[in-house]
Design a protein around this ligand. Structure first.
Ligand SMILES: [Zn+2]
Length: 284
């Protein structure tokens, strides 16, 4: 058997399926305006992570009306289907003002209530009022929270050095360094650019004075529909990163083993190969 076909290099790209950019979003507080954003995102193929305060959801057993402002718990599973539901604490306190026991209760009780609604483990979070410190991070680390979004910005936001202090690229109405849609177009037009573009906000902001629902399309639609962009939820980013870190490439470059439960793409001498979950793939 000749070894002439053994690859000379096997790389593990940052994103699956040859995508060079990941676009993800995050919205807080579970308000009625989420419906309109989810509908648009479903049309455009964008993904969102929605951070919910379980204690502020209505509990009438029927969809909320226009005057209530908040989503009803009975709507959560259907409304956010295909997106991610993440924690935002039960009652929206600034966690830095609480002792560790109250921090733990605010987050665990939120997780439990949301998990009862959506039927999967809730592992992501956004900090109410953006408030966090080392004490808060240390509690979250013990209770199953994989990441927590801050209100800080970073041009290289992923992978974060501390997932429990995760900065986004920008708030949706940020003008720094330029409006979000222009910022994205600029980065996307650089063919060698690879990274995560992560935008957060509150859907009720479209109703604020000086804002407009036309902003939804203006800001977000330009992010959609790109063939080389991976549209993912926040937790999908972290799950994929964990999976790609577990990939084992044989020292002789003849095989690759993917021990995770997610398909991981590897680049074999520049050619993309998908390694199915739990499989050893022959590279020759
Ligand atoms: Zn909030």
């Amino acid at each position: 058997m000749s070894d002439s076909k053994i690859p000379s290099r096997v790389e593990i790209p940052f994103f699956p399926f040859g995508k060079r950019i990941a676009v993800t979003t995050s919205f807080d507080d579970a308000v009625l305006q989420d419906r309109r954003v989810v509908k648009a995102f479903n049309e455009w193929g964008l993904k969102g992570t929605f951070n919910l305060n379980s204690g502020r959801l209505l509990r009438t057993g029927k969809p909320a009306t226009g005057s209530s402002g908040r989503i009803d718990a009975c709507e959560v599973a259907d409304l956010y289907k295909g997106h991610e539901v993440a924690a935002h604490t039960v009652t929206h306190p600034s966690l830095t003002r609480l002792d560790p026991a109250q921090i733990a209760m605010e987050v665990i009780e939120d997780r439990k209530a949301l998990e009862d609604l959506v039927g999967y483990p809730v592992r992501g979070m956004a900090y109410p009022n953006g408030a966090y410190d080392e004490k808060v991070i240390n509690v979250l680390r013990q209770i199953g929270i994989v990441y927590s979004r801050t209100v800080e910005n970073s041009t290289r936001c992923f992978p974060p050095a501390e997932p429990l202090a995760w900065a986004s690229t920008a708030h949706m109405y940020s003008k720094n360094p330029c409006p979000v849609n222009e910022n994205f177009e600029n980065l996307y037009s650089i063919k060698s650019y690879s990274g995560v573009f992560y935008i957060w906000g509150h859907t009720y902001e479209f109703d604020h004075e000086g804002c407009d629902w036309a902003d939804l399309e203006r800001i977000f639609k330009p992010l959609s529909g790109k063939p080389d962009v991976w549209y993912c939820t926040n937790i999908e980013l972290f799950d994929y990163e964990a999976a790609r870190k577990r990939v084992v490439i044989a020292a002789n470059l003849k095989t690759v083993y993917n021990p995770s439960a997610i398909t991981v793409s590897v680049s074999v001498d520049g050619k993309l190969t998908d390694i199915p979950p739990g499989k050893i793939v022959d590279l020759k």
